[in-house]
Write a protein that binds this ligand. Structure first.
Ligand code: NAD
Length: 419
């Protein structure tokens, strides 16, 4: 029987597991166990055909102990409050693992953006921004892109808050990150998540003594995070042998050119059918022998049902929550190194932080300066987590949680309980 667990149950299970390794005051632990604030909003939208449709949106702030809540906004038909709570909690740990001055938050709207016109998408975004404006702000909660949300959507979000006059600084740019560079975005944000995946996956292979040149890479979910990870690893000498999207998976033993597959997907809507590739199933993709497997789609893709088939040396979690706790145990028993999501995909929030810093200062860094800062932050965090894992003889996931939870608990303890 497969184990069905909601994302928030999974996030809490990971939390409880890590808690056993720490001596945190039970009251502080209870504060960290649950979200600080959750907002559900109804979003009536005038559709192009003249009808009114009501959508549901969420914004959850899990913690603000270390700074403003930070986390993306997801547009997907399967969004639930439970999922947004899990993603918000993971953001708290992610920001703490890479030492950003942020807490964790997340938002989402239940919708299928592929079925909305550009005008409908803009009205939905503007209404959502206006409904959650009461709990966001550059020093309160700073949203960002996630699945199906783009720099254009962030620009509409920023413009709406500006028009409402609720930004608490002279410029409304730092209200949201992941914006286009013309409206306060940062150079390098578009590639940041994939770059962080490339940096941590390369560091893990290096620690194993496996050369990156010729390393075989498999990517599940060839979207923003997955495709950038793929072409940056390719630039390091790796070979991308398979990739997939929601339509299916493709394979070639001698490699598929990542950028060209990206262009093909942009033209046709899917990686499926790419010339020279062989169509395979998602199960076959996960079971391919490779050095690096990158789950970059959604939660729960490596489970107790398929973890045993994984033949990778390293699983680099570009997606949030792709591996269930049971699958984690199976991968560990097979000596497969899992770079946990809260570390592996932290490149996105790290450059969001650099964007926010630039917006607050009105001073802009060049792409190479941003990339250097990102590489420094990610490499430092990776080695700190590796050191904890070795010292405590635990997995990288537990080590990352130990680092993150210690930091958040300390901040809560220092701040004390109000009133
Ligand atoms: P995206 O929408 O650009 O890409 C997701 C891809 O996954 C799409 O190509 C989609 O077709 C594919 N997909 C969906 N269901 C699939 C399935 N069942 N099998 C195979 N492929 C499937 O989204 P993204 O921004 O790249 O986000 C992907 C993951 O990375 C999410 O878990 C997200 O939370 C995480 N993440 C993204 C960022 C970021 O900056 N974009 C940062 C941190 C974490």
């Amino acid at each position: 029987m497969p184990i069905n667990r909601s994302p928030f149950e999974m996030a809490q299970q990971q939390y409880e597991q890590a808690l056993q390794y720490l001596s945190i005051d039970p009251g502080i632990a209870e504060i960290m166990r649950n979200p600080k604030r959750q907002l559900t909003v109804s979003l009536p939208i005038k559709m192009d055909d003249g009808t009114v449709k009501v959508f549901t949106g969420y914004r959850v702030q899990h913690s603000m102990a270390c700074g403003p809540a930070k986390g993306g906004i997801r547009y997907h038909p399967d969004v639930t409050l439970d999922e947004v709570r899990a993603l918000a909690m993971w953001m708290t740990w992610k920001c703490a693992v890479v030492d950003l001055p942020y807490g964790g938050g997340k938002g989402g709207i239940i919708c299928d953006p592929k079925k909305l016109s550009k005008g409908e998408l803009e009205r939905l975004t503007r209404r959502y921004a206006s409904e959650i404006a009461c709990i966001i702000g550059p020093l309160t909660d700073v949203p960002a892109p996630d699945v199906n949300t783009t720099p254009q959507i962030m620009a509409w979000f920023m413009d709406t808050i500006t028009m409402m006059g609720s930004a608490s600084t002279t410029t409304s740019w730092p209200i949201v990150t992941g914006k286009p560079v013309e409206v306060g975005g940062s150079a390098g944000r578009d590639e940041a998540t994939g770059r962080g995946v490339m940096i941590t996956a390369s560091a893990a292979l290096h620690a194993l003594g496996v050369p990156i040149e010729g390393a075989r890479v498999v990517v599940q979910g060839f979207g923003n995070a997955g495709s950038v990870s793929a072409y940056l690893l390719e630039e390091q000498g790796a070979t991308i042998v398979a990739m997939s999207d929601s339509q299916g998976a493709i394979y070639h033993p001698h490699g598929l050119p990542a950028r060209d597959v990206m262009h093909y997907k942009a033209r046709t809507g899917s990686v499926v059918g790419y010339p020279t590739s062989e169509a395979i199933t998602n199960e076959q993709l996960l079971a391919l022998p490779c050095e690096i497997l990158i789950p970059a789609a959604l939660e729960n893709s490596i489970t107790d049902e398929n973890a045993d088939t994984v033949q990778a040396r390293v699983v680099a979690e570009a997606a949030n929550g792709p591996t269930t706790p049971e699958a984690d145990a199976i991968l560990e028993s097979k000596n497969i190194i899992v770079i946990p999501d809260i570390l592996c995909n932290a490149g996105g929030v790290t450059v969001s932080y650099l964007e926010w810093v630039q917006d607050m200062q009105g001073y802009w860094w060049k792409r190479n300066e941003v990339n250097e800062r990102l590489a420094d932050i990610m490499t430092t965090a990776f080695h700190q987590v590796m050191t904890i894992a070795k010292e405590r003889k635990v997995s990288l996931r537990l080590a990352a949680y130990i680092k993150a939870m210690t930091r958040v608990a300390k901040a809560l303890e220092l701040r004390g309980v109000f009133p």
